[in-house]
Design a protein around this ligand. Structure first.
Ligand code: NAD
Ligand code: A1AUG
Length: 543
């Protein structure tokens, strides 16, 4: 590496607003119409070749119109996986020996392509395939992924530049930040196109080769991301993409002695399954695989009696219901002091009932549909349980209809006590549990919420009283990896709020930071003695 070069200074990609009459709105509308009219073939990308997987047929449909087929793929098989692994291993020496700047240039080029000519392609695919509104697609598929690719180059560069502080006389100490020995297995969720793009590319930037298994319901945008990376110059074999449910992929990848790491985002249950499988086979691997997983959440908002009621109302509307509550960071439990609720509760519930929901290609909607039948069932069962449980009351929403799309009205459940599973289980949908408490109970409520859910991903406090803010932040220090003061708990920005949680929410390796990239390196320390000693005896041995 030539230490005198500097990557371009990263900046956050500006979020376009798509207001009526703007050029971006017209371009996006045209792209939505184009992609809606086609049923794309979505082949696997294995060792530099696009080829149909060998397994059963799968389809990507629009969640808000589930009879509309957007694409077809074949589930990857064990044979496909073996081919991808062979391609990865063949590509590994050339890729890791390529200078960092040459690898980084691939991802910087990808970022510029996405910020420019590819922007509306990926936005439209994310809106159609994942039912995101314009703004939700723009902050994810365009801006956050551009930011990951730009900022990671700088963070990775800083890691490579880290060298020992001290050099004893006559000695030169150096650090060689190697990639891992083997391959990384990246497994990505349905809900963020940016996460799907980041998980395979972050290890690749650091010189690793990767087998990537996207979510079946995100396959449309995942395929375009893979095409974009190929156009950006990613060499064959560095990342192979295997569509499908992933069981055969894991069967082969987790049994391979060269498994060097798993880069996972998704549910806690899936990550625990992967972790225990690796644990059972630990003696079979060449190295200890790095396990990086960002998983579920039960994200809280707590409002002190001094809270700004209007700020809280807006934060709950956006934080709980944007993207149908399908963000790992979404507020799904709120604890509101009685005086604050009296100032904003009625208006909040009316606003929830007025939120527009429909096909995201009609730009006026605030929300789309939930991702699939499974999600629809999970959330509606929770609503029905709330309806029949004493002490719970559906105060807004509660209706649902899956005839055209998997639509669930944003729903608020008021709870007499914060001890129902509503306050502990992740439903991953537009469902917010609210407990209104007497003002003098604030500290007791904070104590209770701290450990009630097993997760620790995001959380927010609303207060204007500084002592209350400080006390709450201290008491909830371990209850959230991303903690917000007077803001909604969603919408972390790369380079500003590195993202991730602990406890059942993951390994907290902070996506979009050097901490994450460091997990994909294995440092070799080199000590060179410039003039080695010629006598084995020490001075104390003299007479
Ligand atoms: N903490 C975070 O940063 C973060 C971000 C996004 C989503 N999430 C979490 O993700 C979940 C929603 O995403 P999801 O529904 O896609 O999660 P999921 O766990 O159902 O699926 C995640 C991925 O794992 C794959 N998978 C499942 N079993 C597998 C196996 N045996 N082998 C290989 N792959 C397998 C799926 O096909 C998918 O690609 C929620 O729990 C949410 O909180 C967390
Ligand atoms: N990083 C995103 C959440 C990703 C999980 O789904 C946010 O901060 O809202």
């Amino acid at each position: 590496m030539d230490a005198t070069t500097h990557p371009p200074t990263p900046r956050n990609e500006p979020v376009l607003d798509y207001a009526p009459g703007t050029a971006e709105r017209a371009q996006l509308a045209a792209e939505l119409a184009r992609q809606s009219a086609e049923e794309r073939d979505l082949p696997a990308y294995i060792a530099g070749e696009w080829r149909a997987g060998g397994g059963a047929d799968g389809r990507v449909v629009a969640p808000h119109d589930h009879q509309r087929v957007l694409g077809h793929f074949r589930h990857a098989t064990t044979e496909d996986t073996a081919r991808a692994l062979a391609g990865a291993k063949a590509a590994a020496p050339g890729w890791r020996e390529l200078p960092y700047d040459e690898r980084a240039a691939v991802f910087l080029r990808a970022a510029e392509l996405l910020a420019g000519p590819w922007r509306q392609r990926l936005n439209a695919a994310t809106m159609l395939g994942q039912s995101k509104t314009v703004v939700q697609a723009e902050i994810d598929a365009a801006c956050e992924l551009v930011d990951f690719w730009r900022f990671n180059v700088l963070f990775g560069r800083r890691i490579l530049e880290e060298q020992p502080e001290l050099q004893a006389p006559g000695v030169w100490n150096r650090l060689d930040h190697r990639p891992l020995e083997g391959f990384v297995y990246a497994i990505t969720p349905f809900n963020f196109t940016s996460i799907a793009g980041n998980l395979p590319t972050a290890p690749a930037l650091m010189g690793n080769v990767v087998v990537w298994k996207p979510s079946v319901t995100q396959q449309l945008a995942a395929s375009l991301t893979m095409e974009l990376l190929v156009e950006a110059g990613l060499p064959p074999g560095v990342i192979s993409m295997l569509p499908g449910h992933g069981t055969p992929v894991s069967e082969v990848a987790l049994a391979d002695p060269d498994l060097a790491g798993i880069h996972f985002t998704g549910s806690t249950a899936t990550f625990r399954h992967l972790w225990s499988t690796v644990g059972e086979r630990i003696a079979s691997y060449r190295s200890y695989p790095r396990l990086v997983g960002e998983t579920g959440g039960k994200d809280f908002v707590v409002a002190h009696p001094s809270a700004d009621a209007e700020a809280l109302r807006v934060a709950l509307l956006r934080g709980a219901f944007e993207y149908q509550g399908q963000k790992c960071s979404a507020a799904s439990r709120a604890y509101v002091s009685r005086t604050v609720w009296e100032r904003m509760g009625e208006q909040f519930l009316a606003d929830v009932d007025a939120l527009g929901m429909g096909d995201p290609a009609e730009f006026e909607h605030f929300m789309g549909a939930v991702i699939d039948q499974r999600a629809f069932r999970r959330v509606t069962e929770a609503i029905e349980r709330a309806r029949r449980t004493p002490g719970l009351r559906i105060a807004a929403g509660g209706e649902y209809d899956d005839r055209v799309g998997w639509f669930i009205r944003p729903t608020v459940v008021l709870a007499d006590a914060p001890t129902d599973p509503m306050f502990g289980e992740e439903y991953f949908g537009p469902l917010l549990a609210v407990h209104v408490f007497e003002d003098d109970q604030y500290d007791a409520v904070v104590d209770q919420l701290e450990g009630f859910a097993p997760y620790a991903l995001t959380g927010a406090v609303f207060a204007t009283d500084r002592a209350a803010i400080a006390r709450t932040a201290a008491r909830l220090r371990f209850a959230a990896g991303n903690f917000y003061v007077n803001d909604k708990p969603t919408g972390a920005v790369v380079g500003q709020q590195p993202f991730g949680g602990a406890r059942a929410s993951g390994t907290d390796d902070k996506a979009g930071s050097a901490e994450n990239l460091r997990r994909w390196t294995s440092t070799r320390t080199v000590k060179e003695t410039l003039v080695p000693p010629r006598d084995h005896r020490y001075p104390h041995m003299g007479t």
